[in-house]
Design a protein around this ligand. Structure first.
Ligand SMILES: Cc1ncc(COP(=O)(O)O)c(C=O)c1O
Length: 472
């Protein structure tokens, strides 16, 4: 069946509806008007016997889903580390989908492969990471961590005379994995997928804010020999702090190990002259994971794995088949660095956001978000009864309410205040556990957030907290 006029018209309709949504969302309440159950009921019908017109179904999709959308792209969304799916990236993504480019290889998509290669180089330049590194464009930081760790596993075992890619882990020499005590959960997912075990890892102690303690790492590595992976972090999910890489990297390398960095959002501090000192020494590491759909503001799904040792990266990921010809081995083969064969040409949206913002725009965005996080942290700390637990050095901070009443009461008051803020729907934040206690977590990761939003957010917190106290 060929596309008919209405299939083509559906593209225009989708563009019009999307623009309508995006124009309205900045002023929209921070909560969806309806929840999962309502939206599910609207769509939950038997598989239709007959198809329908594309114009009708796009209208039906918009009608059925729009009021159940969480305004993640709105400027006062702080609950999770989510970017704002910038319209420039969205537009490039639409083209990517319309072009139907499968980035499995150069013959499959010369343009998709070429633009991805340029996006990969730009990324290394923006983050000032070693130019010889290879870059894979993956679905997000979870998979970027997994790929980086797969390269690490292969290389470390190869040095011990074992080929894990050929022979698996059966009978392999033991591989030690050391992780900071405040690592993100997704690192453990990667370890699980790779047969390295979530529980088998050794935890390295961290400081009050979650930075790996070099002295504890040194203790753990004393006398070590053999395969070793250490996983560090740039940007702790609650406090935003990063490991002291200038101290940890030499320790790991002296022990013959591989240092991988989960930098899902924090790695972007490298793009700012003002904040790059927070990541001093990170360029000495062996692999890095980061996201485009967080601080680069690309639409989902866009993550990057960066590996200093290209051969190890390729050996872990490359896949060949007789029907996948490679037209020129001197070009970067996009499939050599990622686990998927078929995938969207993610490079177009990544290129689009770097092109839209430029080096200065990325730096400004990071600096603005950090400044706004600091403004909000200061503003909230001035409200009586509100404790800001970390002065943000980056974009993340955590807050408690009613600490003077003791930890259990403060847990309850913090939950009640966040619930009230969510009901008010002026801003959207969530809770997390930090050091065993409930906190309100703030993540300032959108290019859309302004000083006005910061002021409105502080007032939203003040007002919700006042009502929670009055109800006590
Ligand atoms: C520090 C850190 N690592 C990894 C991830 C996982 O990233 P993704 O959701 O893109 O897979 C996140 C997500 O918030 C994160 O903050």
């Amino acid at each position: 069946m060929r596309s008919n006029d209405n299939d083509f018209a559906a593209l225009d309709l989708a563009a019009r509806l999307a623009a309508e949504y995006r124009r309205a969302v900045a002023a929209a309440p921070a909560n969806p008007a309806v929840g999962y159950g309502e939206v599910h009921a609207r769509f939950d019908r038997p598989v239709p016997d007959e198809g329908c017109d594309a114009l009708d179904l796009i209208a039906e999709l918009d009608r059925g889903a729009r009021d159940g959308l969480r305004p993640i792209v709105a400027p006062r969304f702080y609950a999770w580390v989510n970017g704002s799916s910038h319209l420039a990236g969205v537009a490039a993504d639409w083209l990517t989908s319309a072009w139907g480019q499968n980035c499995a290889g150069i013959p499959m998509t010369p343009a998709g492969s070429a633009v991805e290669a340029v996006a990969a180089r730009w990324l290394l330049e923006l983050l000032d990471l070693p130019a010889e590194s290879s870059v894979g464009l993956v679905s997000g930081a979870t998979i970027a961590n997994t790929v980086g760790l797969a390269a690490a596993r292969g290389e470390q075992l190869r040095k011990a005379g074992w080929n894990v890619e050929d022979d698996g882990l059966y009978g392999a020499p033991p591989l030690r994995v050391l992780v900071g005590a405040d690592a993100h959960n997704t690192v453990f997912s990667g370890l699980r997928y790779l047969g390295l075990g979530e529980k088998r890892v050794e935890r390295i102690a961290t400081d009050d804010l979650g930075r790996m303690l070099p002295a504890d790492l040194e203790r753990a590595l004393k006398g070590h020999s053999g395969p070793l992976i250490v996983i560090g972090q740039a940007g702790q999910i609650n406090t935003g702090v990063s490991d002291p890489f200038a101290e940890t990297a030499p320790l790991v390398h002296a022990a013959g190990g591989w240092l991988h960095v989960d930098g899902a959002f924090g790695l972007w501090a490298r793009a700012s002259a003002q904040h790059r000192h927070l990541l001093a020494g990170i360029e000495q590491c062996d692999s890095w994971a980061t996201d485009g759909h967080k601080w680069l503001q690309t639409p989902y799904d866009c993550g990057f794995v960066i590996v200093r040792h290209e051969a190890a990266h390729r050996q872990a990921m490359d896949m060949q088949a007789s029907y996948l010809t490679r037209d020129d081995r001197s070009f970067r083969h996009p499939g050599a660095y990622v686990p998927e064969l078929s995938r969207r040409s993610r490079g177009f949206a990544a290129w689009a956001m770097m092109r839209r913002l430029g080096r200065a725009g990325v730096a400004r965005m990071v600096e603005e978000d950090v400044r706004l996080a600091q403004v909000m942290a200061r503003g909230m700390a001035e409200i009586p009864g509100v404790s800001v637990l970390n002065q943000p050095e980056l974009n993340q901070f955590v807050v408690r309410f009613g600490e003077e009443h003791g930890p259990e009461v403060a847990d309850r008051l913090t939950q009640a205040t966040v619930d009230q803020i969510q009901r008010d729907a002026i801003a959207f934040m969530g809770t997390a556990l930090w050091r065993g206690r409930l906190v309100m977590r703030m993540s300032v990761c959108s290019i859309a957030t302004t000083d006005e939003d910061a002021a409105i957010t502080i007032e939203a917190v003040r007002s919700a907290w006042a009502r929670v106290q009055a109800a006590e």
